[in-house]
Ligand binder design. Structure first.
Ligand code: GTP
Ligand code: MG
Ligand code: ZN
Length: 293
């Protein structure tokens, strides 16, 4: 038996990579009987059949399991956001961070298309705001090559999932990291200021030995699912910290008396857009909860 990683799942077949080749495998019938569904990212053992096929015998223990996109053993999420074209979307950035925090996955922020920045653009403000929260932040450009080597060391030896809007340059960045990938990239439509979601299914791309990246479209339409309003503050690092000083336990940091978060936002001790986004997500969660009952 040999060991490999599932890099793609399509119509009942699992594509297993062992470092050299990719084999098209079926899963043993017992998986179905037990209700186990192999996931992209799973480490498996398999019995080879000929040179290109095989049968998956066993799924090795999963460390992490993401639902959207469905990937196992993810080490980190790369939040890819362009500084321009399309315009930086901090609402979506904070929204994705809520999900990475909730899944307890490290988030790394990559600001792309840095070559489009002009003198006087306020990018440093965003960089320092997120660095202050403890997130690694890199400025990158697939045009000039800025930051590409830093991204390479950040992804080395890991399974990373890429998250970000269409057209921010995810595929272009991955092509820079590994030109053999030859991923399609597409002109951003100027009319809408966004791309066309050139990338569709979930697939792990091999960048180097033991290094995989999923260029996934699924991460951008993020629903909060069954999340409770009370859980949100823990997904904003600074709000969680500041919230320790609130007068009441269970303070939702809206208009409560003795809240420590609201004044901090008003006095500029936390990024104002982060507090705005928190309030917006909170009201969405409350609405959803009401509709559940
Ligand atoms: N100026 C500049 N343009 C870039 C850069 N990276 C990508 N682009 C352009 O941005 C457009 C979109 O790039 P893609 O790599 O296709 O973006 P994507 O995030 O993969 O888009 P989807 O697959 O639709 O989600 C293309 O026209 C690229 O040429 C960059 O670093 N600088
Ligand atoms: Mg793409
Ligand atoms: Zn509070």
């Amino acid at each position: 038996m040999q060991e490999g990683v599932i890099v793609k799942a399509l119509s009942g077949f699992y594509y297993v990579e062992d470092g050299q080749t990719i084999r098209m495998c079926r899963a043993r019938g017992v998986f179905k009987k037990k209700g186990i569904i192999p996931l992209v990212g799973d480490k498996v053992t398999y019995t080879p059949i000929g040179t290109r096929e095989g049968v998956i015998e066993e799924i090795l223990a999963r460390r992490v399991e993401l639902v959207r996109p469905p990937i196992a053993n993810v080490d980190q999420v790369l939040l890819v956001f362009s500084v321009k074209e399309p315009e930086l979307n901090l609402w979506l950035l904070d929204r994705i961070l809520v999900h990475t925090e909730r899944a307890r996955l490290p988030g790394v922020i990559l600001f792309t298309k840095s070559d489009l920045l002009e003198n006087g653009d306020e990018c440093q403000l965003w960089v320092s705001a997120y660095e202050k929260l403890g997130y690694p932040v890199l400025m990158v450009s697939s045009r000039t090559g800025e930051g590409i080597e830093d991204v390479r060391s950040l992804v080395n030896g890991k399974i990373s999932v890429v998250a970000g809007q269409s057209g921010v340059g995810k595929s272009s960045l991955l092509n820079q990291l590994s030109p053999e990938l030859r991923l399609k990239s597409a002109e951003v439509s100027h009319k809408h200021g966004r791309g066309r979601h050139t990338t569709r299914h979930v697939e792990l791309l091999r960048l180097a030995s033991r290094t995989y990246v999923a260029d996934s479209p699924g991460f951008s339409q993020l629903e909060f699912g069954d999340m409770e309003p009370e859980e949100l503050a823990a997904c904003f690092r600074e709000i969680f910290e500041l919230g320790q000083q609130c007068l009441y336990r269970g303070c939702l940091h809206e208009t409560e008396e003795g809240c420590a978060v609201r004044p901090a936002a008003q006095e500029g001790r936390m990024a104002p857009w982060r507090y705005q986004n928190y309030l917006e997500f909170l009201s969405e969660l409350k609405d959803m909860k009401e509709r559940r009952f």
